[in-house]
Design a binder for this molecule. Structure first.
Ligand code: HEC
Length: 129
């Protein structure tokens, strides 16, 4: 009888831990969607906001001379980036959306605020500003 009670309690703990883990994931997904707290996305500029993010995280593999092993994809320069913004790949890859190869390649996702800024820049028309 004691054994049954103990295994029952253990089972319940495992179940609760599973539920807690799951809702944490949902929270993360929501905060990505809404934009990270304290992250200013009201007017995102290509030169001042977007280029520094890509410089630090993408040009190493997708620069104008550093792309031979990266699908030949160039993200350096407005015209190049604009086409990847327009076809959905820029946002799809950095948000790890299904059907896209997650970027930065084999590395952790960008911080929420950087993803929010890129998303806002695209939503604001992906301008050369
Ligand atoms: C360490 C090198 C590396 C870094 C850093 C990197 N990429 Fe990539 N990227 C790759 C490789 C390799 C591929 C080709 C992957 C494939 O086709 O399997 C690729 C492909 C892509 C594609 C096309 C994806 C597709 O689904 O066909 C996009 C868009 C892209 N990268 C954007 C980015 C962005 C944006 C960043 C920075 C946030 C970034 N990459 C950082 C190596 C990199």
């Amino acid at each position: 009888m004691k054994k049954i009670i103990i295994s029952g309690i253990l089972g319940l703990m495992v179940l609760l831990a599973g539920i807690a883990g799951c809702s944490k994931q949902n929270e993360d997904a929501l905060s990505k969607k809404a934009g990270a707290a304290g992250c200013d996305t009201t007017s995102v500029q290509y030169a001042a906001d977007i280029v520094p993010i890509l410089q630090a995280n993408c040009y190493e593999c997708h620069g104008s001379t550093t792309n031979s092993g990266s699908g030949g994809i160039v993200l350096d320069g407005y015209a190049h980036l604009q086409s990847w913004a327009a076809n959905g790949y820029l946002l799809g890859t950095i948000t790890h959306a299904p059907g896209y190869v997650g970027m930065p390649y084999l590395r952790p996702q960008l911080p929420d605020c950087e993803i929010s800024k890129i998303r806002a820049w695209i939503d604001q028309g992906a301008k050369n500003n």
